[in-house]
Design a binder for this molecule. Structure first.
Ligand SMILES: Nc1ncnc2c1ncn2[C@@H]1O[C@H](COP(=O)(O)OP(=O)(O)OP(=O)(O)O)[C@@H](O)[C@H]1O
Length: 462
């Protein structure tokens, strides 16, 4: 199937789903689409326009305040809105004029996971986000995913010239991960890794956008995307060596208890939505197994090599080969050729690309407080030992951000990590909230790509 036909497939695709009206509630800082609203009087407050547009848009404020748009409108233009088409077209015309005046039309593809979080991503996008993006000059094609893996399929086949300004993901970290993997699975890797990925948080956690851009609500995310700019971010690859299979991530890879919880939590997705992690975590805690691993890591000694950016043949070599990895030494805590080996029981092994702040929860613990999303390093946290008491201590200390003080926790910046589950230990690997499964013996290698990806929106530092 060609990428074009994929994009235009009838699968829940709704490019024109935003018959928008404005929520006059002054406390809410966004436009609101109101699919079943009675006639609403539109008042566009200055604050709702991106700063760039405000000056030139004063003339159109009166237009908005005088017209009644889309009375009794269904969210689908093709059904009950037919009699209101002229009004809708007027709005479109107005936008085109605005875009032409600004010269800022940006073409993006929006991939929306209707299954994310509380299954509210459609509401979130069509009511809170799409109107803002439209008024900021975005031309959007919207595709709703129909099955797990759909976002990856789209990102791997879409004609990138149809979305030169990026792909915006509406959902959780999982859908972002699928898009990343779809893009990095393409032949034109150099072009694909440069394509900015936007995130509108509507999933269970959305740790990535919260940690890196400091945004955890969809309205602010829309504002950041509309404002423009990019944030470079390291990308890591997790390779299952026996299978020659590589998966990419932006947040973290992990083994042990948390990987087990991610696997179990999928059983509770329907009943508990975002609370499935709590339920699965509690159940796994009660039936906690022992996890034994062999871990090798290469401590980090230098910053990112600027010559390796953008993606080069060296990167491809790194992806295709296992790398020059230490072999042979398996004694506890041995050091050879700069590689460090550890063997024993571990409650968890985390290699983090950023400091991983969960968007949910009262406290704001971070698992890797020294990690930076663009420093060319992975932050490895090894939680040694086993047993519920130790896990409970770690959990409490983590909530208070004291976990690095615990004697059984090791924290080190690394370039590469290799992990081998031993015996009956759960052999899956969690990446960005998804579980990579393995049959039989598994050996995982996690390393950073030399090239960085780009997130839509500016980091607060810049
Ligand atoms: N239409 C769909 N039906 C079922 N599953 C889907 C669909 N679209 C995507 N998925 C799968 O749902 C998984 C989770 O999606 P997503 O990350 O958006 O939400 P979440 O799990 O609630 O959030 P988070 O990852 O932040 O915890 C994705 O890995 C994807 O494979």
């Amino acid at each position: 199937m060609s990428s074009r036909s994929l994009i235009r497939s009838p699968v829940s695709s709704s490019a024109v789903n935003g018959c928008f009206t404005y929520n006059p509630c002054p406390s809410r800082n966004y436009y609101q689409c109101s699919p079943t609203t009675n006639v609403q009087r539109l008042q566009v407050g200055r604050t709702f326009f991106p700063r760039k547009l405000r000056k030139t848009n004063q003339w159109n404020t009166s237009f908005f305040t005088q017209r009644k748009i889309v009375p009794q409108c269904s969210s689908d233009l093709s059904t009950s809105c037919r009699e209101d088409v002229p009004n809708f077209l007027a709005v479109n015309l107005l936008q085109e004029q605005l875009n032409a005046r600004q010269g800022t039309t940006r073409k993006v593809l929006v991939i929306l996971n209707p299954n994310s979080g509380f299954r509210s991503s459609q509401d979130v996008f069509y009511k809170k986000v799409q109107p803002t993006l439209k008024l900021s000059g975005f031309t959007m094609e919207v595709i709703e995913t129909a099955y797990a893996g759909h976002a990856k399929a789209i990102a791997s086949t879409v004609d990138l010239s149809n979305c030169p300004d990026g792909i915006i993901c509406v959902g959780g970290d999982g859908i972002v991960n699928e898009v990343l993997n779809g893009l990095l699975g393409r032949d034109n890797l150099n072009e694909a890794i440069q394509l900015p990925i936007g995130i509108i948080p509507a999933g269970s956690d959305n740790s990535l956008v919260w940690t890196v851009l400091g945004i955890r609500d969809p309205v602010s995310a829309a504002g950041a995307v509309a404002k423009g700019g990019f944030t470079p971010i390291d990308v890591f690859a997790v390779k299952r060596i026996q299978a020659g299979f590589t998966h990419f991530g932006l947040t973290a890879s992990y083994f042990g208890f948390v990987a087990d919880v991610v696997q179990l939590s999928e059983k509770f997705r329907q009943q508990f939505g975002p609370f499935r992690y709590v339920v699965a975590g509690f159940l796994k805690f009660l039936s906690l197994p022992k996890y034994t691993f062999e871990v090798d890591y290469l401590p980090s000694s230098q910053e990112r090599d600027p010559e390796l950016n953008p993606l080069t043949d060296k990167c491809r070599e790194q992806l295709s080969g296992c790398g020059k990895v230490m072999k042979g030494v398996r004694n506890n805590d041995m050091i050879q050729d700069n590689w460090v080996s550890r063997k024993g029981e571990f409650l968890g092994i985390f290699s983090c690309n950023h400091f991983c702040k969960p968007a949910q929860g009262l406290l704001s613990p971070v698992i890797a407080p020294k990690a930076q999303h663009d420093d060319g390093n992975l932050d490895l946290i090894l939680v040694r030992g086993s047993g519920r008491l130790r896990l409970f201590c770690f959990f409490i200390a983590y909530q208070l951000c004291w976990h690095l003080l615990l004697p059984f926790v090791e924290y080190v910046k690394v370039k590469q990590v290799k992990v081998r589950p031993v015996g009956n230990t759960h052999n899956g690997c969690g990446v960005d909230g998804e579980l990579l499964r393995a049959e039989g013996q598994a050996e995982w290698q996690c390393s950073l790509l030399p090239a960085q990806g780009r997130l839509l929106g500016r980091h607060p530092r810049t």
